[in-house]
Design a protein around this ligand. Structure first.
Ligand SMILES: Nc1nc2c(ncn2[C@@H]2O[C@H](COP(=O)(O)OP(=O)(O)OP(=O)(O)O)[C@@H](O)[C@H]2O)c(=O)[nH]1
Ligand SMILES: [Mg+2]
Ligand SMILES: [Zn+2]
Length: 324
């Protein structure tokens, strides 16, 4: 390879500013060319799942010369699963643009992993994840893990609704192996990311699905250490049946990025069909007369908790939208 040739590759792991780029030539740990960092201010310049071009430089490390990559170019993303950068509040004060944090670029689907118990499932958070997936047009699956800790009835009461509105729900246990085969089948041949709150069992599920990965999971003693995330890097693993699955660090809070309040109703799959029947075409479905959505909620055709999520997210989206 001449000095000016660039190697094409896929970002298969990211950790604290370093990117593992898998090329036909092998894997190169890479950093990002400063110019790229300055050009892309509203998103992560490089993220897991990005297709990139790298140049190679030689670095001396412990008396041996090693080749390291410099990411020179990033292909345009088809789509990305991203959330608002957690520090957005502080950023507003400094007038820097809002910024998204990309969990994975170009996935075929995302899997939201929640536990039936321990930690208690926060379905309001799941609804946020779903809105973001809908907006990004990324198919979403739900994994209700730790079914061994609750009765079948309890698990179903929590998650069956999501199945009814069109999201495939997988009831799993990384402990007794329930549902693992089905999940593996749903991931085969595709690029997927597991995401969700910390401690729900994302890494454990991957270990159960593909023994030999040996991903670190929280041990009993670590479980008592407050606020600790076990997985600190994002990494994609090739699946035995083809495709890749990514393990990502647990998420504490997921902020909406760039959502227009008037579009929010379209991101709730079961609310969407009623929107056209409201008396006013700019109906927010809060207190307007002739609202078909509220009528459907009253009749029980739209689940109240989901409507409640809509109302809360609308408030949040309006606040961000009309802030300036
Ligand atoms: N009872 C039960 N415990 C589980 C199950 N899956 C995972 N656990 C336990 O839950 C804890 C957290 O599991 P992890 O796999 O580290 O969770 P994670 O989602 O990867 O967490 P982060 O990496 O912090 O995001 C560990 O103690 C696991 O042993 C399950 O299906 N049932
Ligand atoms: Mg983990
Ligand atoms: Zn309405």
């Amino acid at each position: 390879m001449s000095k000016h040739d660039l190697l094409e590759g896929l970002v298969t792991k990211t950790q604290s500013g370093f990117f593992w780029v898998t090329t036909a030539d092998g894997v190169y740990v890479s950093q990002v060319r400063g110019k790229l960092l300055q050009e892309r201010l509203t998103t992560d310049p490089v993220a897991l799942g990005d297709r990139v071009k790298i140049s190679l430089v030689e670095v001396l490390e412990d008396d041996t010369i090693r080749q390291q990559g410099i990411i020179e170019a990033v292909a345009e993303r088809e789509h990305a699963f991203a959330r608002q950068m957690p520090s957005a509040e502080g950023r507003r004060a400094t007038s820097l643009p809002d910024r998204e944090k990309v969990i994975i670029a170009n996935p075929d689907q995302v899997v939201f992993v929640f536990a039936c118990a321990n930690p208690e499932p926060r379905l309001k958070m799941l609804d946020r994840f779903l809105v973001i997936a809908e907006r990004a047009r990324i198919p979403a699956l739900i994994c209700a893990n730790k079914t061994d800790l609750v009765s079948r009835r309890e698990a179903r009461d929590l998650f069956d609704l999501y199945d009814a509105i069109g999201y495939p729900v997988f009831y799993t246990s990384a402990v007794d192996g329930k549902g693992i085969k089905k999940l593996r089948k749903a991931l085969a041949g595709k690029i997927s990311a597991l995401t969700g709150p910390s401690g729900t069992g994302k890494s454990s599920l991957l270990n159960a699905m593909q023994p030999g990965l040996g991903l670190a999971v929280k041990t009993v003693s670590e479980a008592t250490t407050k606020g600790r995330h076990t997985t600190v890097s994002s990494e994609m693993f090739p699946l035995e049946g083809g495709g890749y699955v990514a393990d990502t660090p647990g998420i504490r809070a997921i902020g909406l990025f760039n959502i227009e309040p008037s579009e929010l109703d379209g991101y709730f799959t079961e609310i969407r069909p009623y929107v056209g029947e409201c008396q006013f075409n700019d109906c927010r479905h809060i207190d307007e007369p002739g609202c078909a959505v509220r009528k459907a909620v009253k009749k029980g055709d739209i689940w109240y908790d989901r409507y409640d999520s809509y109302c809360r997210l609308l408030e949040e989206a309006e606040e961000i939208f009309y802030r300036c």
